[in-house]
Ligand binder design. Structure first.
Ligand SMILES: Cc1cc2nc3c(=O)[nH]c(=O)nc-3n(C[C@H](O)[C@H](O)[C@H](O)COP(=O)(O)OP(=O)(O)OC[C@H]3O[C@@H](n4cnc5c(N)ncnc54)[C@H](O)[C@@H]3O)c2cc1C
Ligand code: FES
Length: 282
């Protein structure tokens, strides 16, 4: 199948693995029919369809450096498609269109200091880039990973987070907004912005890559502004309601003073300097 056709017509993919990794959230491993590779770049997403239910955009959470030809999706059950997927068993098929959109600018990030800031499910798209960077560690400079969730039971990818904590060549901090008394938690308690002052930022060399709930962006950027990190050294992954994934239906459009952007096609990853003037962006 040509890459263009795969943008319009779902390819069949089989669920070959699934496990619960946080409350209401499962990690699915899928394989395309005929063992084709998905061909995603870190930060891209697919449209996942379930016959008779519908379609939803989901980030590809696995790095193209790992596990080929299969790929992984980390999905929280919140509505029609995601709940139906959670009900499906290993061996069943779903439809996949894509991969779509502009992912993270890997060439620009190469040889730089990187500061990853992930909030909640925002770890899903960032994990693809984090694992890409860790698999090509010598192509990147300092790596800082800040990861925040509401409660300890919402933290995902426990093994990988433990690995970040053990490695000497990564600076990592995790935080939760709240920890119940009966739960053991080694990390920080407080909002993710509290962790930013502890990171060494080189204003000529550090790039921040952020993904999280909409409310997080404004406060994180305020904190980065205190460090005077230039806005063109900040990348964000944005979420909007989507339908076509192809820049055709207008569902994901954000409007600026004299320009409009389609999150599905121009993003979901945007340079902050480019979108900060778009009132609806953040
Ligand atoms: C680029 C991108 C990447 C994403 N990546 C992931 C990912 O990796 N993992 C993940 O779990 N999710 C991801 N999402 C979010 C996911 O696509 C949405 O949660 C999607 O709505 C789920 O589809 P659904 O059919 O299960 O839910 P829906 O049935 O669409 O319902 C989802 C929620 O939206 C509400 N809702 C439904 N229709 C509307 C409407 N018209 N207006 C406002 N609210 C409405 C529902 O009440 C419900 O609370 C991503 C979204 C985007 C845009
Ligand atoms: S989802 Fe249709 S234009 Fe973006």
């Amino acid at each position: 199948m040509s890459p263009d056709k795969s943008l319009y017509e779902p390819r069949q993919a089989r669920i070959i693995g699934e496990r619960e990794i946080a409350t209401d959230t499962k990690l699915f491993e899928l394989e395309l029919e005929n063992g084709e590779r998905l061909g995603q770049d870190p930060g891209q997403f697919i449209e996942l369809s379930i016959a008779g239910v519908g379609e939803a955009p989901i980030s590809v959470t696995s790095s193209p450096t790992r596990g080929l030809p299969s790929f992984e999706l980390c999905v929280r059950a919140v509505g029609n498609v995601t709940n139906a997927l959670h009900e499906m068993e290993i061996g069943k098929n779903v439809g996949i269109r894509g991969p779509f959109g502009e992912g993270f600018p890997i060439d620009e990030l190469r040889d730089r200091d990187l500061l990853f800031i992930a909030g909640g499910l925002g770890i899903a798209p960032l994990r693809s880039l984090i694992n890409y960077v860790l698999d090509r560690r010598d192509e990147f400079n300092e790596i800082n990973i800040l990861y925040g969730c509401k409660r300890p039971c919402e933290q995902m990818f426990e093994d990988e987070v433990d690995n970040w904590a053990r490695r000497q060549d990564i600076y990592h901090e995790s935080t939760v907004d709240f920890c119940p008394d009966e739960v053991v938690w080694d990390g920080n308690i407080g909002v993710i912005t509290e962790l930013i002052p502890g990171v060494d930022i080189d204003l000529d060399n550090t790039y921040a890559v952020i993904c999280g709930p909409p409310v997080m962006y404004r406060f994180v950027i305020e904190e980065l502004d205190k460090k005077e990190l230039p806005h063109d050294q900040i990348y964000l992954s944005l979420e909007r309601r989507m339908k076509c994934g192809l820049g055709k239906c207008g569902h994901c459009q954000i409007n600026g003073a004299d320009e409009e952007l389609y999150v599905c096609q121009d993003g979901p990853v945007f340079n902050y300097k480019r979108v900060k003037g778009f009132e609806e962006a953040i």
